[in-house]
Design a protein around this ligand. Structure first.
Ligand code: BES
Ligand code: MN
Ligand code: ZN
Length: 479
């Protein structure tokens, strides 16, 4: 899918399909010389928010889509209109469509955001993952979507960003949707290596190197599987040579059986998605590279498989983390924090301006917030605010949760510096408390995305949109 900025006004726009708001349908139909046909068609539909009337015309454009209500709309209604438009476009039998974005009257939305909302909706609707269907569904016809009627500078910027996010979302969703017999840590490392290029260097650390670095927590998670673990860093240098990087760290458990504390049947079914944090980190890296953002980013992935077996770790094992702190593993199913803590200590060498880890970390997060908001934790208020505003702008929301000292007491161990679980109360919070002990050297935020990263057996690509929005803002503020 290619997004472009077009020029001209109807009827002088070269396109197969024109998309116009209900309020302008009459005027545009007049210009196209199809007034009668359009009026007749609209007579029989009320055209509420989120409704699209599809008309077939003689000549070019051969399709006219009339969207939404006659009056100006709110941003929320515009979102619904664009989602419906995108759905209609995805199934259309034409290769090219043009959205008359400038004709949509939306209260409280600037030109840039109007274009982004429209094109981001097209991205969502056009995604498919059919790599493993022996009979492929008929390929989508739509190849190009243009926007018209918007200030060219804003439209260009919005189109570039939407195109970049489309590519990032495709990677994030594809990685998430891949089956775990294919998408193992080596596969994730290859996907990261495919990002290497001009301003991009990719480092992959193997288990021997992890042992040398003293990553006892990370290594305890991978000791039960035959799949070698990988610690991946994608270095993107688009900013000034001396600008501190933003470090993103994704949990990349390519399958989470729970280990010795094995999950039950119901709990294990979706655990191929336990690498969705990693997928979103690589996805947003791809978007940042495509958009050539003027910032420095290190996108890290802690990739491993959590399996039971003769070599697996046991509940009550004690390991030493790279930070020197010791951990009593009371539950081998709380493995995400064990790989992340060592990755976080490793990140100190990049002297980051901020570190954000992204993880399908706890079932408790799903209990607390359901599937609408990711849980946000931070040791820095400005970082928390910037992330949460980015989440609002991109409709990829997060909700801040407390990291109060009182909760830290639940991690007390009889024998080690801490244990890796905090009991049944406030499970998402105590997981974040565990991670906070490895975040003393930098501003840090943690996103628990267990409820938002996937649903109905499919990856959602979240929180790639929010992370991209956050990094766009970092760039706009000078890196
Ligand atoms: N990967 C799971 C968390 C998860 C659950 C993600 C549901 C997505 C949907 C994580 O590794 C895990 O097993 N967490 C345990 C922690 C517990 C043992 C303290 C959990 O949430 O039950
Ligand atoms: Mn687990
Ligand atoms: Zn897990």
């Amino acid at each position: 899918m290619k997004f472009t900025v077009k020029t001209g006004t109807p009827p002088d726009i070269a396109t197969d399909c024109l998309v116009v708001p209900r309020g302008k349908a009459h005027t545009i139909a007049e210009k196209l010389g199809v007034e009668e046909q359009v009026l007749l068609a609209l007579e029989t539909t009320r055209n509420e928010t989120g409704e699209v009337t599809k008309l077939a015309l003689n000549g070019r454009p051969s399709r006219l889509l009339v969207v939404g209500k006659a009056q100006a709309t709110s941003a929320a209604d515009y979102r619904k209109d664009m989602a419906a438009t995108a759905k209609a476009l995805a199934d259309l039998d034409v290769a090219d469509a043009t959205l008359c974005v400038g004709d949509f009257e939306v209260r409280d939305l600037g030109a840039y955001r109007k274009v982004r909302l429209a094109l981001d909706a097209v991205s969502v609707a056009s995604y498919r993952f059919d790599a493993y269907k022996s009979k492929k569904p008929k390929p989508r016809k739509l190849r190009r979507v243009g926007v018209v009627g918007i200030n060219r500078v804003e439209a260009r910027r919005a189109t570039r960003d939407a195109q970049a996010l489309l590519e990032g979302m495709e990677l994030a969703k594809d990685l998430g949707n891949q089956p775990p017999n294919v998408c193992d840590p080596a596969f994730v490392a290859e996907a990261a290596q495919a990002l290497a290029g001009d301003k991009v260097r990719v480092d992959v650390i193997d288990e021997a190197q992890m042992a040398e670095l003293g990553m006892g927590a990370f290594l305890s998670v991978t000791q039960g599987t035959r799949k070698p673990a990988k610690l991946i860093s994608v270095h993107y240098r688009g900013g000034a040579a001396d600008a501190a990087p933003t470090v993103l760290i994704g949990k990349g458990i390519t399958f989470d059986t729970g280990g010795t504390n094995m999950k039950g049947f119901a709990g294990m079914a979706d655990m191929k998605f336990d690498m969705c944090g990693a997928a979103s980190v690589l996805g947003v890296a791809k978007a940042v590279i495509a958009a050539e953002l003027p910032i420095n980013v290190v996108a890290m992935v802690a990739a491993a498989e959590n399996m039971p077996g003769g070599a697996a770790s046991r509940p009550s094992d004690i390991v030493t983390t790279m930070s020197g702190q010791t951990v009593e593993i009371q539950n081998t199913d709380a493995e995400g924090r064990l790989v992340l803590c060592d990755a976080m200590t490793y990140a100190e060498r990049f002297t980051p301006r901020a570190v954000v880890d992204i993880a399908t970390l706890t079932g408790a997060q799903v209990t607390a917030l359901g599937h609408h908001a990711s849980a946000l934790y931070a040791n820095d208020d400005a970082l928390a605010a910037a992330l949460s505003e980015a989440g609002e702008r991109s409709a990829d929301r997060m909700w801040r949760m407390p990291l109060w000292d009182e909760y830290q007491a639940q991690l007390k161990s009889n024998f080690a510096d801490m244990k890796n679980i905090g009991g049944s109360a406030a499970g998402s919070i105590t997981a974040a408390c565990f991670l906070s002990r490895f975040a003393k050297a930098f501003p840090w935020a943690h996103l628990d995305i267990a409820g938002t990263a996937f649903g109905q057996g499919r990856s959602s690509g979240r929180p790639t949109p929010a992370l991209f929005e956050y990094l766009l803002a970092v760039g706009a503020n000078g890196g």
